[in-house]
Design a protein around this ligand. Structure first.
Ligand code: AMP
Ligand code: MG
Length: 354
């Protein structure tokens, strides 16, 4: 009874909404926040909360995660490869978590392939770019860059880390998820927030509850039909959803698509038969790391990896087939519209009955 009354009161109290869209971390950041209390004339608090969150995200990029900006800890650490270096507790925790996914995926996920991503020049690709003067890295160059990579070569002892000489870290596969974690931490500290949706590129946070009490709906994009959705995840409470797809960032050279998710086994874009992976998790970092890892691993091993981390996965293969962990069936609602828009080869495995 008491719980029901509280929920009802919270819904009635909802009066204010804050919205903002920015470019940060090289992608689009969208915020929608639902707040309690009366609207003030100047919208001061609404403006402040979204400004605070985008501030947190840009600080995270500039001070901690970027491998391109001289101001960041990762940039400095990469410069110190070969020497024992003290790192912040926050970075130590991130590297430890990322290391767990590297181990469990047997290196399919590996943030130490910075030299390889640099050779492909991924940072300079805009989405869906057709180019004629792009130089594909030579096999020997990739082999040399891979020789400087390998998560198992990092020595992490508490606050101290030693990267082998020549190694470069690239946290591009987890940064957006970490940004969602940071935002959730901040929202938690605010008493006036009922619910929020934040998207940082392909990583999404849904937080708290929707003012009308209905589930959040997170669309899963059709990997081959722009603007179409395969369906949506129906979520109550706080969740993190990350998608990695070969359509997100790529260059096309003479009709061949080179995308941004690389297989650390050979340094080439992963060719695992998968075109997109969506992960649902209770951690932003994990959802982001796992979406990249599962893309490299392919359908079977990908589903197993997600389950090993108590996460749910939805994988689209290159024939248009949909594969899900068992738990995902209770969150995913298939969109009829998507089937009509793409009748080609989309099919859905029948849900397993319990
Ligand atoms: P995401 O879009 O989250 O899948 O992350 C892809 C980004 O992570 C790329 O742009 C690279 O910077 C980096 N990356 C590519 N392949 C891998 C990999 N196998 N393991 C870790 N990071 C990767
Ligand atoms: Mg990722």
């Amino acid at each position: 009874m008491a719980a029901g009354v509280t929920a009802c009161t919270a819904r009635e109290e909802w009066k204010r909404e804050a919205q903002r869209t920015d470019i940060a971390m090289g992608t689009i950041v969208r915020q929608n926040i639902y707040l309690t209390g009366e609207k003030d004339v100047t919208n001061g608090q609404e403006v402040q909360i979204v400004a605070d969150i985008i501030g947190l995200i840009t600080d995270l990029e500039e001070e901690l995660l970027s491998h391109r900006l001289e101001t960041s800890e990762i940039y400095r650490l990469n410069r110190q490869a070969g020497q024992k270096t003290e790192i912040s507790p926050e970075l130590a925790r991130i590297l430890e978590e990322a290391g767990k996914v590297s181990e469990a995926s047997e290196g399919a996920f590996d943030i130490t392939i910075g030299k390889v991503t640099e050779l492909w020049d991924i940072d300079k690709w805009s989405t869906a770019e057709e180019t004629t003067d792009y130089r594909i890295p030579e096999e020997e160059e990739l082999e040399r860059a891979l020789a400087d990579s390998g998560y198992e070569k990092i020595l992490l002892e508490g606050a101290w880390i030693t990267l082998p000489t020549g190694m470069k870290l690239d946290l591009g596969a987890v940064g957006k998820g970490i940004a969602c974690d940071k935002a959730a931490e901040y929202l938690e500290s605010r008493e006036d927030v009922i619910g929020a949706v934040l998207s940082v590129g392909g990583s999404i946070l849904v937080y708290g509850s929707k003012p009308d009490g209905s589930p959040w709906k997170v669309g899963v994009m059709h990997p081959r039909e722009e603007g179409q959705y395969l369906g949506s995840l129906q979520l109550l409470g706080t969740w993190y959803v990350s998608t990695s797809g070969d359509y997100e960032r790529y260059v096309e050279v003479e009709g061949v698509r080179y995308h941004h998710i690389l297989d650390p086994a050979d340094g080439y874009p992963a060719d695992s038969g998968v075109v997109s992976v969506t992960i649902l998790s209770e951690s932003g970092l994990l959802s982001d790391a796992l979406s990249t890892a599962c893309f490299v691993l392919g359908v079977e091993k990908g589903l197993e990896l997600a389950e090993a981390f108590q996460a749910q996965a939805l994988i689209v293969d290159e024939q248009g087939g949909l594969h899900m962990t068992e738990g995902m069936y209770s969150y995913f609602e298939f969109s009829e519209a998507a089937v009509f828009a793409a009748p080609k080869s989309l099919y859905c495995e029948p849900p397993k009955t319990i």
